[in-house]
Design a protein around this ligand. Structure first.
Ligand code: DP6
Length: 329
């Protein structure tokens, strides 16, 4: 049966990092991760399943998607078709409403929105767990964007196809802010999926990372639930530095930092010595994301904007999980 689904999802930032897979086939993370869903970094996606199409079509920001991006989207659609018993091909249109060239990854919001919209188009009922598990198979960080506020994706046991993220606390639990210091334009050199495979295969520190990550996630979770920013912040910085140390020790080493990355990181620590509660994290790219109380965000943003090599900053606050939207007329 033909059908249409439209959904909106937001990006997220991992406070406790996911890096490494327990099961490559099912895309199960080897470590637990904890994130904040970010408003207003939005993706909106419409999926139309209809008769007469001979192949899936996928337009991303108005241009036809190809290669790995298209392949991952088709695999997601195939899973939805298998569950719904449909053979119809899809027309997918997806747009990122991120601030221009924000330098932020959109795959988490993209696959979360695609999962929700595709399930709706296929006539499957809205189910956060199934939507999160579906998004996870495409990109594990996308499983977290299905939920709002503060979110955890546990580590997966090999073979556990149903692993999904869950909400730890709603968006209004705590008025924190992420200040993104954008340090470069364009795409990153080595994507997360390839980066973590390479790290697992060649880094002598991989096992140590896998052993230490759950304890850091415990600290982040406890700090979040008790609204203890120094506790969250210290564990968050250790999580990001341990992940990068593990990647740096791969052969050849993965170096995601630029000079401005380290300068912005140093600025965050300097602000702390001046009494501001602010902590830094980085993903598989050169940007620095600073975590602070919402009331301190303007100050942090001004300070990071003045760091040589920081091109611009943008602010994000805890936002809701995936939303189904009214279908276009
Ligand atoms: C550094 O979710 O992009 O941002 O599951 O292979 O698609 P795949 O990886 P992805 O990895 C995100 C890695 C990270 C940390 C995080 O978001 O937890």
């Amino acid at each position: 049966m033909s059908g249409v689904g439209k959904a909106r999802a937001r990006a997220n930032i991992a406070l406790a990092k996911y890096w490494g897979k327990a099961d490559v086939e099912l895309n199960l993370p080897a470590v637990p991760s904890i994130s904040m869903t970010l408003d207003p970094l939005l993706t909106e996606t419409t999926v139309e399943l209809r008769a007469g199409l001979s192949a899936d079509e996928f337009a991303l920001n108005g241009a036809a998607a190809a290669g790995g991006e298209l392949k991952r989207a088709i695999e997601l659609l195939d899973r939805v078709r298998a569950e719904a018993g449909s053979k119809l091909r899809a027309r997918v249109e997806s747009r990122n409403h991120f601030p221009t060239a924000s330098g932020l990854a959109s795959s988490a919001s993209g696959f979360a929105a695609l999962a929700a919209a595709a399930r709706k188009a296929a006539g499957l009922p809205f189910d956060p767990k199934k939507t999160s598990a579906l998004a996870r198979q495409s990109s594990a960080s996308a499983a977290r964007s299905v939920l709002g506020g503060y979110v955890e994706l546990p580590a997966g046991a090999p073979g556990d196809a149903s692993l999904a993220a869950h909400e730890l606390a709603p968006p209004d639990h705590w008025a924190l802010c992420i200040v993104v210091a954008v340090t470069a334009e364009g795409r990153k050199a080595v994507g997360s999926t390839d980066g973590m495979t390479h790290t697992r295969q060649t880094s002598p520190y991989y096992e140590a990372w896998i052993r230490s990550a759950p304890g850091l996630a415990d600290e982040v979770r406890a700090g979040l639930l008790s609204r203890d920013l120094p506790r969250v912040g210290r564990a968050m910085e250790q999580s990001t530095l341990a992940m990068h140390a593990c990647a740096l020790a791969a052969d050849p080493g993965l170096l995601y930092f630029q000079p401005a990355t380290l300068a912005a990181f140093a600025k965050v620590r300097e602000l702390r010595t001046e009494g501001l509660e602010v902590y830094a994290t980085m993903d598989a790219g050169p940007h620095v994301k600073a975590l602070c109380q919402a009331a301190d965000a303007a100050l942090v943003s001004r300070a990071l904007s003045g760091v040589p090599g920081v091109l611009r900053t943008l602010l994000a606050a805890p936002g809701p999980g995936v939303e189904l939207l009214d279908e276009p007329a």
